[in-house]
Design a protein around this ligand. Structure first.
Ligand code: C5P
Length: 231
């Protein structure tokens, strides 16, 4: 999945043009969605892309239900909500999906729970956010909670995939950002793996942003990643 973290549609379209013909899932996050809006998602769908709308909903259940209904109507293939919002909130997200499907919408999106952001270090989690224990314990608790609410999987660091699959079963989907090809700049990510390492852990989808979007030649960067994975 290519993270289209851009300020607007024009910049994102440039990258899409550069990557034309390479099969990939497009991830639209809050920066692009808040500026380019639903029309941008619709245009990606019209071009045949699968779309992960990464807007990490976290609000009262009724609002999340409404948000989920709206994004399902948009035709996204995947979207996410924070597991930290609790079970009832995650269940409300699925109710929103069902409501949209019940009114004739056909694409059933995969709904994913956000566990602990891959930029969160142990110190930040313990001292700033106030969650005690290890990051791995927090991630597993969130994953189990998301599964008990009926969600299809979670976003997590590739370092946690094996434990999540052990706890929730191999069919429980993992979407893993925090991916850095060998030698790439870490940026603000702290818990990272290379693309082949992440797939060796058994992850289902890898999300990559800056190693592609900030590359001098994004097409060559993505091709090198695909090559490294197929080897
Ligand atoms: O540029 P980089 O490869 O770090 O981008 C990672 C992408 O994955 C960003 O769009 C970020 O918002 C997203 N993400 C993340 N950690 C999560 C969930 C999403 O880094 N837990």
């Amino acid at each position: 999945m290519v993270a289209l973290d851009y300020p607007g549609a024009a910049e994102a379209r440039q990258l899409i043009e550069a990557l034309k013909g390479i099969p990939c899932y497009m991830k639209v996050g809050m920066q692009l969605f808040y500026s380019a809006g639903p029309e941008f998602v619709t245009s990606l769908k019209e071009q045949g892309y699968k779309v992960f709308l990464d807007v990490k909903m976290h609000d009262i259940p009724n609002t999340v239900k409404g948000g989920s209904e709206s994004v399902t109507r948009l035709g996204v293939d995947m979207f996410n909500v924070h597991a930290a919002g609790g079970k009832q909130m995650m269940e409300a997200a699925l109710e929103g999906v069902d409501k949209a499907l019940g009114s004739g919408h056909t694409t059933k999106p995969i709904v994913i729970g956000v566990t602990q952001l891959t930029s969160t270090s142990l110190t930040v989690m313990n001292e700033e956010i106030g969650i005690s224990g290890s990051v791995e314990e927090a991630v597993l608790r969130y994953a189990r909670l998301a599964q008990s609410a009926g969600l299809h999987g979670v976003v997590a660091s590739p370092l946690e995939v094996i434990r999540i699959k052990e706890a929730c079963g191999s069919g429980f989907i993992t979407v893993t950002p925090g991916i850095r090809p060998a030698g790439a700049d870490m940026g603000d990510q702290t818990r990272v793996m290379t693309p082949p390492e992440a797939f060796e852990q058994g992850t289902d989808y890898i999300v990559i942003g800056r190693p592609i979007t900030a590359a001098k030649d994004p097409r060559a960067a993505l091709e090198a990643i695909i090559q490294s994975v197929s080897q």
